[in-house]
Write a protein that binds this ligand. Structure first.
Ligand code: ZN
Length: 103
Protein backbone atom coordinates (compact mmCIF):
# COMPACT_ATOMS: atom_id res chain seq x y z
CA UNK A 1 0.00 0.00 0.00
CA UNK A 2 1.36 3.41 -0.94
CA UNK A 3 1.02 6.34 1.37
CA UNK A 4 0.80 10.07 0.77
CA UNK A 5 4.27 10.70 2.21
CA UNK A 6 5.79 12.29 -0.90
CA UNK A 7 2.83 14.60 -1.41
CA UNK A 8 2.88 15.75 2.21
CA UNK A 9 6.63 16.33 2.05
CA UNK A 10 6.00 18.60 -0.91
CA UNK A 11 3.18 20.32 1.01
CA UNK A 12 5.52 20.97 3.95
CA UNK A 13 8.21 22.36 1.64
CA UNK A 14 5.72 24.73 -0.03
CA UNK A 15 4.35 25.82 3.35
CA UNK A 16 7.85 26.46 4.71
CA UNK A 17 8.80 28.45 1.61
CA UNK A 18 5.67 30.55 2.02
CA UNK A 19 6.35 31.18 5.72
CA UNK A 20 9.97 32.15 4.98
CA UNK A 21 8.77 34.56 2.30
CA UNK A 22 6.55 36.16 4.96
CA UNK A 23 9.60 36.62 7.17
CA UNK A 24 11.40 38.05 4.15
CA UNK A 25 9.01 40.96 4.40
CA UNK A 26 10.81 42.07 7.57
CA UNK A 27 14.13 41.83 5.77
CA UNK A 28 12.82 44.26 3.18
CA UNK A 29 10.45 46.43 5.18
CA UNK A 30 12.79 47.38 8.02
CA UNK A 31 15.69 48.62 5.83
CA UNK A 32 13.20 50.36 3.56
CA UNK A 33 11.52 52.08 6.50
CA UNK A 34 14.87 53.17 7.93
CA UNK A 35 16.08 54.45 4.58
CA UNK A 36 12.85 56.36 4.07
CA UNK A 37 13.25 57.95 7.50
CA UNK A 38 16.80 58.94 6.59
CA UNK A 39 15.60 60.18 3.19
CA UNK A 40 17.99 57.77 1.56
CA UNK A 41 15.47 55.76 -0.44
CA UNK A 42 17.16 54.62 -3.57
CA UNK A 43 16.83 52.10 -6.37
CA UNK A 44 18.31 49.27 -4.32
CA UNK A 45 15.40 49.31 -1.90
CA UNK A 46 12.92 49.69 -4.72
CA UNK A 47 14.39 46.60 -6.41
CA UNK A 48 14.35 44.73 -3.08
CA UNK A 49 10.69 45.49 -2.57
CA UNK A 50 9.79 44.32 -6.07
CA UNK A 51 11.92 41.16 -5.69
CA UNK A 52 10.34 40.36 -2.33
CA UNK A 53 6.85 40.91 -3.70
CA UNK A 54 7.51 38.54 -6.63
CA UNK A 55 9.03 35.95 -4.26
CA UNK A 56 6.09 36.25 -1.87
CA UNK A 57 3.49 36.02 -4.65
CA UNK A 58 5.08 32.97 -6.25
CA UNK A 59 5.47 31.09 -2.96
CA UNK A 60 1.93 32.01 -1.97
CA UNK A 61 0.48 30.74 -5.26
CA UNK A 62 2.51 27.54 -5.21
CA UNK A 63 1.36 26.79 -1.67
CA UNK A 64 -2.26 27.74 -2.34
CA UNK A 65 -2.39 25.60 -5.48
CA UNK A 66 -1.21 22.43 -3.75
CA UNK A 67 -3.42 19.63 -5.00
CA UNK A 68 -5.01 17.11 -2.71
CA UNK A 69 -3.23 13.74 -3.00
CA UNK A 70 -6.56 11.90 -3.07
CA UNK A 71 -8.93 13.93 -5.24
CA UNK A 72 -6.42 16.07 -7.19
CA UNK A 73 -8.28 19.33 -6.58
CA UNK A 74 -6.93 22.28 -4.57
CA UNK A 75 -6.38 21.17 -0.99
CA UNK A 76 -7.20 24.61 0.39
CA UNK A 77 -9.89 27.02 -0.71
CA UNK A 78 -9.27 28.33 -4.24
CA UNK A 79 -10.35 31.78 -3.09
CA UNK A 80 -8.10 34.27 -1.41
CA UNK A 81 -8.61 33.41 2.24
CA UNK A 82 -5.63 33.77 4.54
CA UNK A 83 -7.48 32.20 7.45
CA UNK A 84 -8.20 29.00 5.53
CA UNK A 85 -4.86 28.90 3.70
CA UNK A 86 -3.54 26.07 5.81
CA UNK A 87 -6.63 23.87 5.86
CA UNK A 88 -6.74 20.94 8.25
CA UNK A 89 -8.50 18.84 5.64
CA UNK A 90 -9.18 18.94 1.91
CA UNK A 91 -11.99 21.38 1.20
CA UNK A 92 -13.29 19.03 -1.52
CA UNK A 93 -13.01 15.43 -0.29
CA UNK A 94 -12.23 15.92 3.42
CA UNK A 95 -8.87 14.11 3.40
CA UNK A 96 -7.17 15.10 6.68
CA UNK A 97 -3.89 16.99 6.31
CA UNK A 98 -0.89 14.67 6.66
CA UNK A 99 -3.12 11.61 6.33
CA UNK A 100 -0.92 8.55 5.78
CA UNK A 101 -3.29 5.98 4.36
CA UNK A 102 -4.55 5.94 0.78
CA UNK A 103 -7.50 3.96 2.09
ZN1 ZN B 1 -9.31 16.08 -1.71
Amino acid sequence: MRSYDEEWKRYRRLKLAFLISNLGFLGVAIPTFVSARLRAMNRVFFVLIIAWFVWYSVSYERFRRFQCPRCGRYFSSPWLNFLKLSAKECVHCGLPRYSVDRG
